[in-house]
Design a protein around this ligand. Structure first.
Ligand code: GRG
Length: 300
């Protein structure tokens, strides 16, 4: 069977729409009190973004033949955590940015207090979603899924990575230190998306789980390397967020440590390692392979 780019685009677009529907249903109505908070939550979570994390969940769900409805809940939960992280990251006390997904950031459109609360409430809603829908036949497997997402977002995951990032401004990091930061800041949630999607389906054996974990680690790092390259290579209009910010803020990145050419080479190597990790999964991992390509070749 010949798989074309168009086939992947059709698959991605159908699943992006599915996530949009799921998020719309999960988010409180903008008419419900407190309206301004709910408006802010919907403003940041709906109608934007590549939805890479939910797509990874859907793709990993195909490996374990998971029910798509269950994966949509898990993917939406991860996307809500991601949306919260972007809102808080853009606040004046962190990256202080005014543009996100081509629109004014949440604290610019609303105000700082509402942005802080919207982020908090998005995070809570994510955990609530995982807890109130049946995602696994075995209750202990579902409990493990809740634990996995909470841990990925916490101080040993994304929030911890962000703390390291904030402390690294103006500091020269070695490649392993940079990797440690991004395994937490960006990688933890990407890993959670993949593992949660897979766990909505049939249990994988330990070796297969290790393969999926290795895939997630490589693709999480590749995602960040490409993000750093795009920050120097792409325009604000293409990215929908302020380009060139890392250098201006004196932040260590893969580009500042390696240079653009070697950073691009590293992204290609990580893609290769990610694909190697999927050996033996056959056609079930087709979408994961295509997503690895999308993540490395994307222009936004
Ligand atoms: C505030 C706890 C806390 C964490 C923030 C994820 C993060 C940590 C900050 C976002 C800033 C950033 C540029 C991170 C690096 C990579 C990244 C997560 C980019 C944005 O994700 P995309 O490209 O965004 O998937 P879209 O808009 O497509 O969803």
């Amino acid at each position: 069977m010949t798989i074309t780019t168009t086939d992947f685009q059709r698959w991605a677009s159908a699943h992006q729409q599915r996530i949009e529907v799921q998020l719309k249903a999960a988010l409180p109505s903008a008419e419900l009190a407190p309206q301004r908070l709910h408006q802010a939550m919907r403003y940041v979570a709906l109608g934007g973004g590549k939805r890479v994390r939910p797509l990874l969940a859907f793709a990993a769900g195909e490996v374990t033949r998971a029910d798509v409805g269950r994966v949509a809940i898990a993917g939406a939960a991860v996307e809500l955590i991601h949306a919260y992280s972007l809102v808080h990251d853009d606040l004046p006390c962190m990256d202080d940015d005014v543009l996100r997904r081509g629109k004014p950031t949440c604290h610019v459109e609303f105000d700082e207090a509402i942005a802080l609360l919207a982020g908090d409430a998005l995070q809570s809603l994510a955990i609530q979603l995982l807890a109130e829908h049946r995602l696994a036949d075995d209750p202990s497997a579902q409990l493990e899924m809740v634990r996995l997402l909470a841990a990925a977002a916490g101080s040993r995951g994304m929030a911890g990575g962000q703390a390291i990032d904030l402390a690294a401004v103006g500091v020269t990091l070695s490649l392993p230190e940079l990797e440690f930061m991004h395994i937490h800041k960006t990688g933890a949630l990407i890993r959670a998306a993949t593992l949660l999607g897979a766990r909505c389906g049939a249990a994988l054996d330990a070796a297969e789980l290790e393969q999926l974990d290795r895939f997630s680690k490589c693709i999480g790092l590749a995602f960040q390397v490409v993000d750093d390259v795009l920050d120097t290579d792409a325009t604000t209009a293409t990215l929908g967020k302020t380009a060139g910010k890392d250098a201006r803020h004196n932040k260590p990145t893969y580009v500042s440590v390696l240079g653009v050419a070697d950073a691009k080479k590293l992204a290609g190597e990580l893609r290769g390692d990610a694909l190697d990790a999927l050996d033996g999964f056959g056609e079930r991992a087709l979408r994961l392979r295509q997503l690895a390509d999308f993540i490395v070749l994307r222009k936004f």
